[in-house]
Design a protein around this ligand. Structure first.
Ligand SMILES: Cc1cc2nc3c(=O)[nH]c(=O)nc-3n(C[C@H](O)[C@H](O)[C@H](O)COP(=O)(O)OP(=O)(O)OC[C@H]3O[C@@H](n4cnc5c(N)ncnc54)[C@H](O)[C@@H]3O)c2cc1C
Length: 397
């Protein structure tokens, strides 16, 4: 049984801004036995199209989804888990946490010190620029969400300042192919969690600076700066009504450029080793990220220059309903490739759960196959009259 607090594809119905499109191309948008069949394989789905796609999968697989059912508590029992929902209680022997990696916005604690005269939004509240007051906007965070929102808000003729911390720079296309084609073909996205040197770091890596547009636009910091977005360093603190930014912009840029070039080297090596160099365009390299002549180290939040702040500082899962001792000090789930540190408990859809692609839509299939094998083995080894498996959070079925 699959329990879902809203409707099928709830996060794509309720938690995304209006203009958002997937940054993964249509040909890559696939679920087990189900893929995009439309006329634009190189395009990028709107949120509404993602809803249609996931809903189509639920119908095609006749997934046993119980919608409008919120799980409010999960407790271990002698032979499984006791589930409390707002539509009644359930018992199951195995439980898969498929409740998502991005339930809540992650916002730094110093937001409490932001003057009340400034409107603060997270990507979960933001829908479109006309929701913002006229005047300056500070976008915090330059990963996929931050660069997309900075660009859109800047186009609405509001002055935008973008606070840039650690980020992952990628060109939209490389040697004539989508950069995510390269991630797929070269095997980078299939790299397994137990082959990655610093797994904790890989799991904390920000999303890449990518946007899915019909024009296949590259949306990096050079593009934003050329359009007129002001770049400042990582927002580190608020003191006396002033936002204080780190002075390490040059280093952040250099690091992101270096890592991008290393990844492009990996792609080139794969193309040569696999005899693909001839049917793909020649290697290319991109301009380094331009460092502003001088970047502000502080910004007076009481001057009226900034009217709104958009915290594009990431997301985190919500396990407030999970009464099982499986969270670490920082609230992260303790698991080994999705096998959670409690009998019969599994997780799916978290960053680098079993592979680099795990938190993307197309990453579900391989992870689900591995985890189902483990789960079936667990049930067989602990056989009792079956009472079923229960998935909290619906979409991955
Ligand atoms: C802004 C943004 C852009 C993204 N862009 C892409 C992209 O371009 N390509 C891509 O592949 N991936 C993208 N992702 C990641 C994307 O969200 C996932 O690939 C996909 O939605 C994950 O599906 P999921 O089912 O694991 O989690 P979710 O989509 O989060 O689904 C979890 C479900 O669990 C339900 N739920 C949670 N708690 C409870 C509870 N207590 N009781 C009952 N139900 C509950 C929620 O209502 C939700 O429907 C993006 C994510 C975000 C936030």
């Amino acid at each position: 049984m699959v329990l879902e607090r809203g409707e099928v594809a709830n996060s794509w119905r309720r938690e995304r801004w209006n203009s958002l499109r997937l940054l993964t191309p249509n040909w890559q948008t696939r679920l087990p036995g189900y893929r995009y069949e439309g006329a634009d394989p190189d395009g990028f789905m709107t949120s509404a199209e993602v809803v249609e796609f996931v809903s189509g999968f639920a119908v095609a697989t006749a997934a046993p989804v119980r919608t409008q059912t919120t799980v409010t508590s999960v407790r271990p029992t002698d032979d499984g888990y006791h589930i409390v929902t707002d539509t009644g209680d359930l018992h199951c022997r195995c439980l898969v946490l498929a409740s998502g990696a991005c339930n809540l916005p992650s916002v730094p604690a110093f937001r409490q010190a932001v003057p009340a005269s400034i409107d603060c939004l997270t990507p979960m509240d933001y829908r479109a620029p006309d929701q913002l007051r006229e005047g300056g906007v500070l976008v915090v965070g330059a990963s996929a969400t931050g660069v997309q929102l900075a660009e859109e808000i800047h186009r609405s003729c509001r002055p935008v300042t973008l606070a840039v911390g650690e980020h992952v720079r990628l060109p939209r296309t490389y040697r004539g192919r989508d950069v995510l084609w390269w991630m797929d073909a070269s095997g980078v996205w299939d790299e397994r969690y137990d082959e990655i040197d610093d797994l904790n770091r890989a799991r904390r890596l920000p999303s890449p600076q990518l946007v899915g547009t019909p024009e296949r636009t590259t949306l990096d910091l050079n593009a934003l700066a050329a359009a007129g977005v002001e770049l400042v360093g990582r927002w580190a603190a608020v003191r006396d009504g002033k936002a204080l930014f780190s002075g390490g912009l040059r280093n952040q840029f250099a690091l992101a450029d270096l890592k991008m070039n290393r990844l492009l080297d990996t792609f080139d090596a794969w193309a040569s080793e696999n005899g693909r160099a001839a049917d793909i365009e020649p290697p290319e390299r991109f301009d380094p990220t331009g460092v502003p002549v001088s970047s502000r180290l502080d910004l007076d939040l009481t001057s009226g220059e900034i009217r709104s702040i958009v915290w594009a500082t990431g997301f985190r899962p919500d396990y407030s309903w999970l009464d099982v001792p499986v969270l670490d000090r920082k609230g992260a789930l303790r698991h080994d490739g999705g096998v959670v540190d409690a009998p019969g408990l599994y997780a799916i859809g978290l960053p680098v759960l079993r592979r680099r692609k795990s938190s993307f839509i197309h990453g579900a299939e391989d992870d689900a196959r591995d985890l189902i094998e483990h789960l079936a083995g667990y049930l067989a080894a602990n056989s009792r009259p079956a009472t079923g498996q229960c998935h909290v959070g619906e979409k991955r079925a």
